[in-house]
Design a protein around this ligand. Structure first.
Ligand SMILES: Cc1cc2nc3c(=O)[nH]c(=O)nc-3n(C[C@H](O)[C@H](O)[C@H](O)COP(=O)(O)OP(=O)(O)OC[C@H]3O[C@@H](n4cnc5c(N)ncnc54)[C@H](O)[C@@H]3O)c2cc1C
Length: 448
C-alpha cells in the first residue's frame, strides 16, 4: 500500500471539504481531499436557495439593516432552543466574514431572498438568482485545483488511522484497491445520513418510508469513522423533513424555499391556504402531513418565476403545471377555491396583514401576472441535524468532551448547530464558516 504524507487529509468534497481545502492551502498546508463519488459536490451541489448571514455589506447595499443578535435568536427559536449556544455564536459572528471571503475569492453573492423562520432577507445568493450550490462547488473546485489541492475521487475512506490516540491518516478504497495516506491532521467533511435507509430506520423509524432529497452518498460514513476512534455522537434522532419536495417522478426534487420566499403560497387539494408558508420547515411539514391526502401545491405567478432561476429547471424536467390564467390553472387542478384564495392572498400582500395564518414575510408582490404555475409537493427527508460532537472551533470531542488529537469536523457531519430544525440557508453558511474554521484551528494546533 502506497503511503504519502500530507499536512491535511479532508474526507468529502462538498462545500465544507472544498472550503477547508482552499483555506488550508492558503495557510501554506499541503492538502488531499478524498471523495467517494466519481465527482465532487455532495449535497452542496444540490442547494438552491442560498446562504444566510446577518449584518453583511450585501444587505447594507440593499438597504437592509439586520442584527446578528436577531439571526441568533431566530435560529435558536427555530431550532427548539436545542442548538449549541457556543457553536451558534461562532456561526452567527463568522457568517458575514464567510460571505466576504467568498466574494474575495471571486464568488460574490449579491442578491438576497428569505427563508422560513427568518424575519428579514438574509439569504445570500448569486446576482443571477441561480442555485447557490452548483455555483459554489464549481468555483471552489477551481480554486482548490488552482491552489494545488490533490482531489482524489472514487475514493471511499473506510478507516481513520491512529497512533497513541492521535489521528494520523486514513485508509480508503480506490478503484485500485485499499490504500493508506498519512497526514498531520484529518478533517471529516463527509456530510449527513439523509440517504441511509439503515440509519434512518435506526434513529427515526417513523420516517423509514419517506423519500429523500439527498444524494445517494449521504450515508453517514463520517459517524462510523469518528465513532471508531472514540468520538461522541449527538442528537441523531433530529432529522429534518422538508415540506416542499416534488415526488411524482423516480427522483424526489426539492423545491427550494426561495420559491415561497419570493411570494408563492401553499394550497390544499381544494385550493385553500392552510398554513403560514414561511413558518419553520417543521411547522410547514407537519401542516402538510396533517392534510387528509398529505400533499399540497405551491402556487405562483410569472413574477415569482422571474425572481427564482431554479424554477426554469423545475419546468424543464416536467415538475411544473402552468396555465395562462388563474381560472384555467384552477380548472386543470380541479380546485374550486383557488381563485378566491389567490384574491384573498393578494389582499394580504397589499395590506401586509394575514389574519388567518400570520405570514409576515415573502409578501413581495401580489400573484397577478400570468402565466400561473403549480408544483405538487409533499414532505421528504432532507437534513440530519445530529452528528459528530465537535467544539465551536471544529475539534472532534471524545466521550469525556476532550478533543481527539488530529481530528476536526465541519459541515453536515457535525451535530449541534441547528437544534431540532435547521433554518433554510444556514447549512451552506455552516459549510463555509466551519470549513474555514477547521483549517484555521488545525493550523494553530499544529503550530502550538
Ligand atoms: C436538494 C437540497 C437543497 C439544499 N438547499 C440548501 C440551501 O439552499 N441552503 C442551505 O443552506 N442548505 C441547503 N441544503 C443543505 C446543504 O446543501 C447541505 O447540508 C450542505 O451542503 C452539506 O455540505 P457538506 O459539505 O457538509 O456535505 P456534502 O456537500 O454532502 O459533501 C460531503 C461529501 O462527502 C462525501 N463522502 C461521504 N462519505 C465519504 C467517505 N467515506 N469517503 C469519501 N467521501 C465521502 C460525499 O460523497 C459528499 O460528496 C440543501 C440540501 C439538499 C439535499
Amino acid at each position: 500500500m502506497a503511503k504519502t504524507n500530507y499536512d491535511v487529509i479532508i474526507i468529502g468534497a462538498g462545500g465544507a471539504g472544498l472550503t477547508a481545502a482552499v483555506q488550508a492551502r492558503e495557510l501554506g498546508l499541503t492538502v488531499a481531499i478524498l471523495e467517494k463519488n466519481p465527482k465532487v459536490g455532495g449535497n452542496t451541489s444540490r442547494a438552491s436557495s442560498g446562504m444566510n448571514a446577518a449584518e453583511t455589506n450585501v444587505q447594507a447595499q440593499h438597504g437592509i439593516v439586520d442584527r446578528m443578535q436577531d439571526f441568533y435568536q431566530e435560529t435558536f427559536q427555530g431550532g427548539g432552543k436545542l442548538n449549541d449556544p457556543a457553536m451558534l455564536q461562532q456561526f452567527v459572528t463568522h457568517a458575514p466574514l464567510a460571505v466576504d471571503w467568498l466574494n474575495q475569492h471571486g464568488l460574490p453573492l449579491e442578491d438576497l431572498t428569505i427563508t422560513g423562520g427568518m424575519s428579514t432577507k438574509r439569504t445570500h445568493r448569486p446576482a443571477s438568482t441561480a442555485p447557490i450550490g452548483a455555483y459554489l462547488i464549481k468555483g471552489l473546485q477551481q480554486l482548490a485545483s488552482d491552489d494545488g489541492v490533490e482531489i482524489i475521487t472514487d475514493a471511499t475512506v473506510t478507516q481513520l488511522l491512529t497512533s497513541d490516540g492521535k489521528v494520523i491518516g486514513v485508509e480508503y478504497m480506490s478503484t485500485a484497491g485499499p490504500q493508506q495516506l498519512l497526514s498531520r491532521a484529518v478533517i471529516l467533511a463527509s456530510g449527513g445520513f439523509g440517504a441511509s435507509k439503515e440509519l434512518i430506520r435506526r434513529y427515526r423509524p417513523d420516517l423509514a418510508d419517506y423519500r429523500t432529497t439527498n444524494q445517494p452518498g449521504a450515508t453517514g460514513d463520517g459517524l462510523r469513522l469518528a465513532q471508531q476512534v472514540g468520538a461522541q455522537l449527538m442528537q441523531l434522532d433530529l432529522v429534518q423533513v422538508h415540506p416542499t419536495v416534488q415526488q411524482d417522478q423516480e427522483h424526489a426534487f426539492l423545491i427550494g424555499e426561495a420559491v415561497r420566499g419570493e411570494g408563492a403560497i401553499l394550497v390544499n387539494a381544494q385550493g385553500r391556504r392552510f398554513v403560514n408558508e414561511l413558518a419553520t420547515r417543521r411547522i410547514v411539514s407537519n401542516a402538510i402531513s396533517a392534510l387528509p391526502d398529505h400533499h399540497a401545491y405551491l402556487i405562483f405567478d410569472q413574477q415569482v418565476c422571474d425572481r427564482v432561476k431554479a424554477i426554469e429547471f423545475y419546468n424543464q424536467i416536467g415538475l411544473v403545471k402552468s396555465a395562462a390564467s388563474l381560472s384555467a390553472l384552477a380548472g386543470q387542478l380541479g380546485m374550486a377555491d383557488l381563485v378566491g384564495s389567490v384574491n384573498r392572498w393578494n389582499e394580504v400582500v397589499e395590506t401586509g396583514q394575514d389574519p388567518q395564518f400570520g405570514r409576515t414575510t415573502g409578501l413581495t408582490a401580489p400573484l397577478v401576472k400570468g402565466p400561473f404555475y403549480a408544483i405538487h409537493v409533499a414532505p421528504a427527508i432532507h437534513y440530519t441535524m445530529g452528528g459528530v460532537h465537535a467544539d465551536a472551533e471544529t475539534r472532534v470531542l471524545d466521550a469525556n468532551g476532550h478533543p481527539i488529537p488530529g481530528l476536526y469536523a465541519a459541515g453536515e457531519v457535525v451535530g449541534g448547530l441547528h437544534g431540532n430544525n435547521r433554518i433554510g440557508g444556514n447549512s451552506i453558511a455552516e459549510t463555509v464558516v466551519f470549513g474555514r474554521q477547521a483549517a484555521l484551528t488545525l493550523k494553530r494546533d499544529l503550530e502550538s
